[in-house]
Design a protein around this ligand. Structure first.
Ligand code: ADE
Ligand code: ZN
Length: 340
């Protein structure tokens, strides 16, 4: 990507919709700090051995590694530090608003108290706003391997503490194959009845059927959804209903969803008129930041400025921000765009 386009995109006030609080903060230095203060041993001891450990063959194997690494997260302070690290990295790229997934199911089985998480999220929001100028909102993802009654309990906890912890929606993540979203439909129905916004990881490695399942649960956007291209009827549906896919290309390559960037479905999705935006998923585990994703897309597909800007604008348009904040963000985005 030429440097003037890079600088222009860097300068735009950006929004990121698909990034995980837990996996997205597991920078080796931070994970090792959490491990030390909680008396946990990690299978790596520095940057180099962490790089070897962060080497993936599939989504399922990635989630196993994620569960090991995330065992270092235990206290309110850990959660606040994790959220703040995300704020620091966002600010460097001029990402001024992000929606971070928090998956209680990753730690609840180990007995981490929900109250500690809430305290950490509240502190993280405050630090990011005051110290880094970043607006952080949280989406509570249900670990899709949970039994339905536990998933519903997690939605109710999120509902109870939604104001304090800045929780705006309910999502779904972890192992996709073998765990169709429809299993947890009653949790989604309940979440919707309380006014939560809804989303789900789907079509990352579960194919188009998994996306249909998520849509039947009432989600408003799809996280990943990159395998939708395998089903023309689904492609038509996503385009007709303007359902956003939050695409995370480098994650997809690392998890072997596609063999390489050239084979990624992005051009097919764009060509079909489906709105997409670009995201980094779990930056330290995939060794990428949002700006790297944009460079990778440009260098592989040569989309050019207008299409890249469309993707960045989509992130604002399809975010779960309230109407007034969204209006302000869109105005700032267009004003900065016309400045240079
Ligand atoms: N949790 C963190 N990253 C994830 C991904 N890419 N898919 C599903 N669950 C996740
Ligand atoms: Zn994800």
């Amino acid at each position: 990507m030429n440097s003037s386009l890079y600088q222009k995109l860097l300068k735009l006030p950006k929004v990121e919709l698909h990034n995980h609080l837990e996996g997205g903060s597991m920078y080796p230095d931070l994970a090792l700090k959490f491990a030390k203060r909680n008396g946990i041993t990690l299978p790596f001891r520095d940057e180099t051995s962490a790089k070897d450990f962060y080497s993936f063959t599939s989504l399922d194997q990635f989630i196993d590694i994620l569960r090991t690494t995330v065992s270092t997260l235990n206290t309110a302070e850990d959660y606040a530090d994790a959220a703040e690290r995300q704020g620091v990295e966002a600010a460097k790229q001029n990402i001024l608003y992000h929606e971070l997934f928090v998956t209680y199911g990753l730690v609840s089985r180990r007995g981490v108290a929900w109250e500690a998480i809430v305290e950490g999220l509240e502190e993280g929001i405050k630090r990011n706003r005051e110290k880094h100028g970043v607006h952080t909102a949280f989406i509570c993802d249900l670990d899709r391997t949970l039994p339905e009654p536990t998933a519903l309990e997690h939605v109710k906890l999120a509902e109870r503490d939604r104001e304090k912890a800045g929780i705006i929606g309910i999502g779904l993540d972890c192992q996709e194959r073998g765990y169709p979203a429809i299993r947890l439909k009653s949790s989604f129905d309940y979440a919707k009845s309380t006014g939560f916004r809804l989303t789900a990881h789907a079509g990352e490695d579960g194919g188009p059927a998994s996306v249909w399942d998520a849509l039947r649960c009432g989600v408003e956007r799809i996280e990943h959804g990159v395998q939708s291209y395998e089903d023309p009827t689904l492609m038509k549906h996503l385009a007709e209903h303007q359902i956003l896919l939050t695409v995370c290309p480098i994650s997809n390559i690392q998890l072997k969803v596609f063999p390489n960037m050239q084979n990624h479905s992005i051009p097919k999705l764009v060509e079909a008129g489906i709105p997409i935006c670009v995201n980094s998923d779990d930056p330290p585990m995939f060794d990428c930041q949002l700006m790297d994703e944009i460079i990778a897309i440009e260098e592989t597909f040569g989309f050019g400025e207008d299409k890249l800007v469309d993707m960045l604008r989509n992130a604002i348009k399809f975010s779960f921000m309230d109407t007034q904040l969204k209006e302000t963000f869109l105005q700032n985005f267009e004003a900065t765009l016309s400045e240079n």
